[in-house]
Design a protein around this ligand. Structure first.
Ligand SMILES: Nc1ncnc2c1ncn2[C@@H]1O[C@H](COP(=O)(O)OP(=O)(O)OP(=O)(O)O)[C@@H](O)[C@H]1O
Length: 427
């Protein structure tokens, strides 16, 4: 990654999280020298402060070019960019990048620097004190779910792809920029890590309220992450810019429907989080609890199953009454191992997958460090899916009705206008 793409600190007021700033693109155009047609042509778009907007579209449609014009890694040929109340089109690009974090697919970490040095880079360039930087690095590592003690001295090559991506995000956020640009940041990691990184980003956004522009060509990722999605066609022309719900239920044309693809109902599951449905408590026991107390729990409680937690309170095994009968004094071989858990930020689709994988009829919900929070069961999931689809259908009918009414109003107005025009209205 070129040095200029590194975000730099947002002045001195970077100690606490800054909320996002709105972004406005006005007639933005990029014509690469020697190309017959512009790569981005006359794009006008308003992104609200604190919103996560996803650009999605076919390869080569201009997503990255549009994104990189926002921090002027690519200079627009014409048009304007506003961030907050500033027109940043003519501003010194290095200064501009101090307020715009940037995370990319290959994480862009410097291989010869430790994790801590990578994260500290921008605050250091801006002249923060040593103590403040040390504190910020710890804070950032914690924020992205990496243990500061364990990771701060490592080099990028000593990290997994997912961990590198996390450090890349930590670095982009280190100087607390109000705007974060993410160019296919999770494109190069395996699907499971990708799912986790997406969950982490959602959690981060709940805490930080940045304005995030995120590029992907994976529509499922767009649905999962976006407050709004801009479906782009060639030259970044906006085919539809709306909420995931609206795009799934009311695609404006065949191009957008093609992108939504089959299985819109199932994709709908990506739109609701575990935190939005009923996470309930479940009978739990610890691995070190005496066997007798687990027996008592199963006998006296109204359940015939308990979730066994390990010493860090992480879900470990599902134990049924029958398992205990066969346990013969030790829990070592009793019960069924927990294979999959979800966080509160996981989607219902993740939860459904986990329920099916574990075949326990429910999935354990965990916190940031994998600790038990509660469970979601199959019935809750099915009821929610049913309600969601029903609500979507109603909304779609209402939307169609509104469109028809608006059309009728326009026709009436046009007819009335014609009458006045005929009576000699000014040209
Ligand atoms: N430096 C450049 N010089 C000339 N043309 C370029 C340059 N960078 C990109 N392009 C062209 O501009 C168009 C848009 O490219 P861009 O990378 O913005 O698309 P994208 O939608 O992000 O694609 P992808 O999803 O494949 O990354 C493409 O036709 C590409 O070939």
């Amino acid at each position: 990654m070129p040095e200029t793409s590194v975000p730099t600190a947002a002045g001195t007021a970077a100690r606490t999280a800054t909320s996002g700033a709105g972004i406005r693109l006005e007639k933005l155009t990029k014509h690469y020298p020697g190309s017959p047609a512009p790569a981005v042509d006359d794009v006008t778009m308003e992104i609200n402060a604190g919103e996560l907007v996803v650009f999605v579209g076919p390869s080569g449609c201009g997503k990255s070019t549009t994104l990189k014009m926002i921090n002027r890694l690519i200079e627009p040929t014409s048009g304007r960019i506003r961030i907050g109340d500033r027109d940043v089109t003519g501003m010194d690009p290095v200064k501009l990048r101090r307020t715009v974090g940037y995370a990319i697919q290959s994480s862009g970490l410097f291989p010869h620097m430790t994790v801590a040095q990578n994260i500290a880079l921008v605050p250091k360039m801006t002249g923060w004190s040593k103590a403040r930087i040390t504190h910020r690095v710890e804070e950032m590592l914690d924020l992205v779910g990496l243990d500061p003690g364990e990771f701060h001295g490592r080099y990028p090559r000593q990290l997994s792809g997912g961990q590198q991506q996390r450090v890349g995000v930590a670095r982009a956020l280190a100087a607390d920029p109000p705007v974060l640009l993410m160019d296919e940041p999770f494109g190069a990691v395996d699907p499971i890590t990708r799912d986790h990184l997406q969950d982490e980003l959602i959690r981060l956004q709940h805490e930080l309220h940045k304005t995030i522009v995120f590029v992907t060509h994976d529509f499922d990722e767009a649905i999962k992450l976006g407050d709004r999605i801009a479906v782009l066609r060639e030259r970044s022309h906006i085919a539809q810019f709306d909420t995931p719900e609206a795009i799934l239920t009311n695609p404006t044309d065949d191009f957008v429907s093609g992108f939504v693809g089959a299985g819109a109902a199932l994709k709908r599951l990506n739109l609701t989080r575990v935190r939005d449905v009923g996470v309930v408590d479940f009978a739990t026991a610890g691995v070190d609890d005496p066997l007798q107390s687990i027996f008592d729990l199963l006998r006296d409680g109204d359940t015939n199953e308990v979730l066994l937690l390990d010493r860090h309170r992480r879900p470990y095994k599902w134990l049924r009454r029958g398992d205990l009968m066969r346990a013969k004094g030790t829990l070592a071989r009793a019960g069924t191992l927990v294979h999959d858990t979800v966080t509160r930020d996981a989607t219902l689709r993740d939860a459904l997958e986990a329920v099916l994988t574990d075949n326990a009829g429910r999935v354990a919900v965990t916190g940031r460090r994998g600790e038990y929070i509660g469970v979601v069961d199959m019935e809750t999931l099915m009821n929610n899916v049913h309600e969601l689809l029903e609500a979507d259908r109603l909304e779609a009918v209402e939307h169609r009705h509104q469109l028809e009414e608006a059309r009728a109003r326009r026709t009436r107005a046009a007819q009335e206008g014609l009458g006045e025009g005929g009576a000699g209205a000014p040209a």
